[in-house]
Ligand binder design. Structure first.
Ligand code: GUE
Length: 297
């Protein structure tokens, strides 16, 4: 019989606390006549993407951020999509916006992200902001950070988990999580030692065995097995996959085998862990950007 031992990194409760704090900051901006506005650009009607975008608008309403929605057909041309990007760049009601990813194959994601106004980049995925993340060892240049990495760091910080000197294994080198989180965790304010594993890593189980902290962001369902973890590890299950539950229903599945709860000291569940934090950090980026635009941060 197995017994669950890991303490839960409750992203849902932490995100709720952050949203309450942001509501106060949005009121302070409103008192100065400033209303932050989040724009979303959604191309096509993928059910997952549509659900995420809907959630972002609901979150905005909760904290008092105005939201602006641009839902576009799957077959929109790159040229027409660039016009919508330009429109939001110029729209004064839109203080920050995101382009929901992934985009259809006929559209070059890099071209679209680069066309955004970097000061309005609520996801922190514009090459200028990724470059600022590389350039600033202490985060001294106040630029938006990618929401999921920022959410991971904030989730740990709010559970008083200090990564200083810890050996962190990041699994996955994607542009939204793996690559930027390595940069964030090696900032002096966090001071973790980071190993970035990917599909070319030769012996992942050996790397896992030595890791004090595992950030699983591969997007491969249950690829991190309990027996590969170092006992007492801190595990963040970040990857999101949708798999058939056997009855034709799609269920959200993380990268970490649920039996990891028997081995880890701390575990962020999926769902209910980093996902809600990602959403909260998007709101934080919008509020921080509006504060910068107003000259108060
Ligand atoms: N431009 C862009 N920015 C993104 O931040 C972005 C994106 N594109 N494309 C897709 C991924 C995925 N992502 C998630 C956000 C919230 C949850 C989330 O809140 N999940 C809940 C519920 C999960 C469910 O039931 O479906 C949870 O984990 O508890 C998950 C995943 C943001 N992404």
């Amino acid at each position: 019989m197995t017994q669950s031992t890991a303490q839960i990194l409750d992203g849902k409760a932490t995100a709720a606390a952050i949203k309450a704090e942001l509501t106060t900051r949005v009121s302070a901006l409103a008192a100065k006549g400033i209303v932050p506005g989040l724009g979303t650009i959604l191309v096509g009607s993928d059910p997952g993407s549509t659900w995420y975008v809907g959630g972002k608008h609901k979150d905005c309403a909760e904290v008092g951020i105005q939201s602006i929605r641009r839902d576009l057909p799957e077959d929109i041309s790159q040229e027409d999509l660039l016009k919508v990007v330009q429109e939001l760049n110029e729209n004064p009601e839109c203080t920050g916006y995101i382009v929901q990813l992934p985009l259809p194959k006929h559209i070059d994601q890099d071209v679209i992200l680069e066309a955004m106004d970097p000061e309005k980049d609520a996801d922190g995925l514009h090459p200028m902001n990724l470059g600022r993340l590389v350039a600033n060892v202490n985060g001294e240049m106040k630029s938006p950070l990618p929401c999921t990495p920022k959410g991971c760091v904030e989730l740990l910080r709010r559970h008083d988990i200090d990564l200083k000197g810890k050996r962190v294994l990041v699994v996955g080198r994607g542009v939204t999580i793996g690559r930027p989180i390595g940069l964030l965790l090696t900032r002096k304010e966090v001071n973790a030692t980071v190993i970035l594993a990917h599909t070319g890593t030769v012996d992942l189980p050996a790397e896992l065995k030595q890791a004090d902290v595992v950030i699983a962001a591969a997007g491969v369902p249950h690829m991190i097995k309990a027996e590969d973890l170092k006992p007492g590890a801190i595990v963040l299950d970040v990857g999101v996959s949708r798999v058939d539950d056997g009855n034709g229903k799609a269920v959200v599945t993380g990268d970490v085998d649920p039996a990891a709860a028997d081995v880890a000291a701390w575990l962020s569940p999926n769902p209910g862990g980093v996902g809600p934090m990602t959403r909260a950090m998007l709101l934080a980026n919008v509020v921080e950007s509006a504060e910068r635009q107003a000259g108060i941060a």
